[in-house]
Design a protein around this ligand. Structure first.
Ligand code: RM4
Ligand code: MN
Ligand code: MN
Length: 423
């Protein structure tokens, strides 16, 4: 039996229970009439570097059956998409994943219903045969030839992306310093902007450049694009195709990410997201696993802010997961993340915005909390399942993945000892 048949046979078995839960939910709350369609339109890109087991500097414990090449990574994302119909794009990190034959890779992805999301450059590691080292930075480097090399790499990544049909470049820099005194902050900033300007000049007219910030790691004293303010001031200097990218794990503890998102959106400078969750720093844990309320609050601002600007929820921002799976099966982890993101989005769509604005105007703080939490605490899983069902996905992707022993089958084909490129 192929996967499609397995999905429909599971759906037949689960249908009655699902319909009962959905009918109950609809009898309890008003579901906006476009909500299911909005969920169906919302696709979340999967990073090519998160399909294998992740590690820390202390070790890496593979679960086996990891994709051995780009083709197998595309198959994995295709599998996720077949199950949830919401992972319809893959994002490549170059040079971890360089398509040998872009045409053939594009066709393979299309067979799985996948598009290519942002391409990501890598100037945080030295590559074999590279002339200049990035040990002391890339776009900020004191040596002009090193900067040139890093700029050239980004331009090459854009060219790879054009062949794949990508429409955006994500730049994340590890540039910064590890000790006080090491860096002239002003010069590092200016060099970085000048380097980014050269990259920006190579961007096709219908492309976007996302500049991702991160507070620390691998540099531990300063990071040259360390927070949203630094990214925002740089993208403003570059031009309208340059936007800030928010990775949820890249803030200092307790940062109010929802407020950052609201303001960047208001200024027209929010480009996209890297979803994950964290307890401490860039932990790259499953989205919604630690702070699901924060994820909802972020989506609450996103929905409000995008509607205020008349934006298309599904298309006008880049939606991507950026995670690392150290103890879970990567595919199971990604299924959980996608579902958590969809749930947070659905909850945000359920917020009674008129009532919330009235309560705000009346300074009725209690009512404001009641309204938000009414949406957050309602179990909306039947709505997400319904969207999947209507798209031909599985009512319960996780149980199907497990009952069909998908990982076991992948291990049979790929082996126990495979190691995917990536984190
Ligand atoms: C960074 C950042 C980037 C990702 C790399 C692998 O912390 O999140 O988006 O490309 O990790
Ligand atoms: Mn990221
Ligand atoms: Mn990160």
């Amino acid at each position: 039996m192929n996967l499609k048949d397995k999905i429909s046979s599971q759906n037949t078995q689960l249908l009655q229970g699902h319909e009962r839960k959905l009918a109950f939910l609809k009898s309890e709350v008003d579901v906006p009439k476009d909500l299911i369609q909005q969920l169906k339109d919302f696709q979340i890109a999967i990073p090519s570097w998160a399909l294998g087991t992740g590690g820390t500097r202390f070790g890496r414990f593979s679960g086996g059956g990891e994709p051995r090449n780009l083709e197998e990574k595309i198959e994995d994302v295709g599998l996720l998409h077949a199950l949830n119909q919401s992972s319809g794009a893959i994002s490549l990190h170059i040079p971890w994943d360089i398509p040998k034959d872009a045409h053939q890779i594009r066709n393979l992805a299309a067979q799985h219903g996948l598009a290519f999301d942002a391409v990501n450059s890598n100037t945080f590691q030295d590559q074999p045969g590279q002339t200049h080292s990035y040990k002391f930075g890339s776009l900020q480097h004191s040596n002009q030839a090193t900067r040139k090399q890093a700029i050239q790499h980004n331009i090459e990544v854009i060219q790879q992306g054009i062949e794949l049909g990508s429409k955006s470049l994500t730049v994340w820099l590890s540039d910064g310093s590890c000790f006080p005194g090491q860096l002239n902050f002003r010069k590092a900033y200016q060099r970085t902007v000048e380097s980014l300007q050269e990259i920006y000049a190579a961007l096709p007219s219908d492309w976007k450049l996302f500049l991702e910030y991160k507070a620390y790691e691998p540099n531990f004293y300063s990071t040259t694009v360390g927070d949203w303010g630094q990214s925002y001031s740089m993208v403003n200097k570059l031009g309208e195709k340059a936007l800030t990218l928010v990775d949820l794990g890249h803030h200092l503890p307790n940062a109010n990410i929802e407020q950052i998102v609201a303001l960047l959106l208001m200024e027209g400078k929010l480009g996209g997201f890297h979803f994950n969750d964290s307890k401490y720093g860039d932990d790259d844990l499953t989205a919604g696993s630690i702070k699901p309320y924060q994820l909802f609050l972020i989506f609450n601002e996103l929905v409000e802010g995008m509607d205020a600007r008349g934006m298309n929820h599904a298309k006008d921002l880049g939606w991507m997961i950026d995670a690392s799976h150290n103890v879970k099966d990567p595919l199971e982890d990604l299924l959980q993340s996608v579902e958590a993101i969809q749930l947070a989005y659905a909850q945000a769509l359920m917020v009674d915005r008129k009532a919330l604005e009235l309560a705000r105007d009346a300074n009725d703080v209690v009512a404001c909390q009641e309204i938000l939490q009414a949406a957050f605490r309602t179990d909306l899983r039947p709505l997400v399942a319904q969207a999947r069902l209507e798209l031909g996905g599985a009512l319960n992707p996780m149980t199907l993945y497990r009952s069909e022993n998908v990982r076991g089958e992948l291990i049979k084909i790929r082996g126990e000892k495979t190691q995917a490129t990536g984190l």
